[in-house]
Design a protein around this ligand. Sequence first.
Ligand code: NAI
Length: 209
Amino acid sequence: MKKNSYISLPVIKRLPRYYRFLGILKKNGTEKISSNELSRQMGLTASQIRQDLNCFGGFGQQGYGYNIEQLYAEIGNILGVNNKIPTILIGAGNLGKAIATHMEFSERGFDLIGVFDRNEALAGQMIKGLPIRHISGLYNFCKDNSPAVAVLCIPEESAKEIVEQLVKLNIKGIWNFTHYNISAEYPFLSVENVHLSDSLMTLSYQLNN
Ligand code: NAI
């Protein structure tokens, strides 16, 4: 892909899905796939796929289809999966523990380097090889390790104060599992909100219609 070429946000939002599908095909040893077959598997139209993949060079060849390894690597580069962005997680409760344990941060461009909680009883417990640190150590840890991203798994009522601190500590991006509307107050931060309930309600709509 040409450097600095512009890809629209809706296309970027579809890229992780392409990456996931192509990863499965690659793992199964498939070398190439037509846009028709990819569209069938992904539930998108073939023309949508051609349009999306043309945004960064296409790689499709008439009569051949897409070279899976090449496309997978290119989409991975665009998504930055080979980065190692230093990341911290705040809130080591049910959700935080599950995310720290099951999310393969390193395969997605992030390096989880610290886990924090305000509950003294959790301090010192290990998650994914990292000790849970008391939140009072956040300032010094960030000064020493310069994390760029924070994952928030705390209740909404704790979020405002924590985000205020994180901004002062130069955090640039937040993966936000709280329902606190960070972007309204800090429009300059990169924020990705996750609301599992939205997905569940979308399912509800589909069942009802
Ligand atoms: P939990 O109560 O098991 O864990 C929350 C943890 O945050 C606790 O360990 C607590 O000590 C810690 N905490 C609270 N304030 C803190 C602060 N200021 N600094 C550091 N640590 C702090 O709760 P659970 O089940 O893990 O859920 C966490 C939050 O995530 C809930 O508020 C829930 O609403 C939200 N959630 C969001 C989902 C989503 O799709 N966005 C899905 C599930 C939960």
